[in-house]
Design a protein around this ligand. Structure first.
Ligand SMILES: Nc1ncnc2c1ncn2[C@@H]1O[C@H](COP(=O)(O)OP(=O)(O)OP(=O)(O)O)[C@@H](O)[C@H]1O
Length: 263
């Protein structure tokens, strides 16, 4: 069983999530240390997204304990949860940029959580400092030259890079990426993964990233954790995993993986 140490920033013990009669996570225990890059693998329906969402209670766990940055997530009030979520960067497959706004304004929105109130945030976003910080974030993802373009005019790869720049404005210590390249072509997908990995390494961010592309997982993964039917199937270093073992993670699961209704 995985046990926390002084370096641990994500500590999950005995996490179970039931959606009605369907058990999506079954007593998952997992610890992740500061600065670790973890690839989360598993067939459709194995529980990857549910696990990521449970970490900040976007999905309400049924049982178990979760500590993120030493915060006891299960005991958090709504306000404490909101504060926690502001410091956990998320990059999802469905990139929710505001299409009508410029690229720069979308990136500036990432700083929303850093202001004590909305009013302070509006004042802060007008500041030259925040705009310069957002331009730096855009430069980091090689998009500074299109800062004024409307988000609606971007390609899928560009949108995901803007989402990474926006996430950087949160100044997170932990980044949760749920299939960040699933909707992209192989070239754009690789660019986005390169950026995500480089940025997390240079800023010593802890990254947990779900991926379906085994070639990318192989390339980027240090530690890999595989889920099967809501349980941890493998937790090891990518170099220690044979190709057949990787393929096996995706062999058809016996249990039903149909989507029920939230209970
Ligand atoms: N809101 C929900 N209501 C009911 N069932 C759900 C809900 N969300 C997820 N599930 C079910 O929980 C199980 C785990 O789903 P989850 O999305 O975590 O899997 P996943 O490994 O991320 O899959 P994928 O690779 O397809 O994204 C699935 O059987 C899914 O149908």
């Amino acid at each position: 069983m995985s046990r926390p140490t002084a370096e641990t920033v994500i500590d999950v013990q005995g996490l179970t999530k039931d959606f009605g009669a369907h058990r999506a996570l079954d007593k998952v225990s997992l610890t992740i240390d500061a600065g670790e890059n973890v690839v989360l693998l598993g067939a459709n329906g194995s529980g990857k997204s549910t696990l990521l969402k449970c970490l900040t209670r976007l999905v309400e766990p049924t049982e178990g304990t979760i500590h993120v940055n030493q915060v006891d997530v299960m005991k958090c009030s709504k306000t404490e949860l909101a504060r926690l979520r502001k410091h956990v960067g998320v990059v999802f497959q469905n990139i929710n940029l505001i299409d009508q706004l410029s690229v720069l304004t979308n990136v500036i929105h990432g700083s929303l959580g850093r202001a004590p109130s909305i009013r302070n945030w509006y004042a802060a976003t007008a500041s030259a400092e925040i705009r310069a910080e957002a331009m730096d974030a855009l430069a980091r993802v090689d998009l500074a030259e299109i800062a004024d373009r409307r988000a609606s005019a971007l390609s899928g790869g560009q949108r995901q890079r803007v989402a990474i720049a926006r996430m950087l404005m949160q100044q997170p210590k932990i980044v949760l990426a749920d299939e960040p390249v699933a909707a992209l072509d192989p070239h754009a997908g690789r660019e986005v993964m390169d950026l995500l990995w480089e940025i997390c390494s240079e800023q010593n961010l802890t990254l947990v990233c779900t991926l379906h592309q085994l070639n990318l997982a192989r390339e980027y993964g240090g530690r890999m954790v595989a889920l099967r039917e809501g349980k941890i199937d493998l937790d090891t270093h990518m170099d220690l995993v044979a190709d057949e073992q990787l393929q096996d993670i995706y062999t058809i699961q016996t249990a039903s993986v149909g989507r029920g209704s939230e209970s």
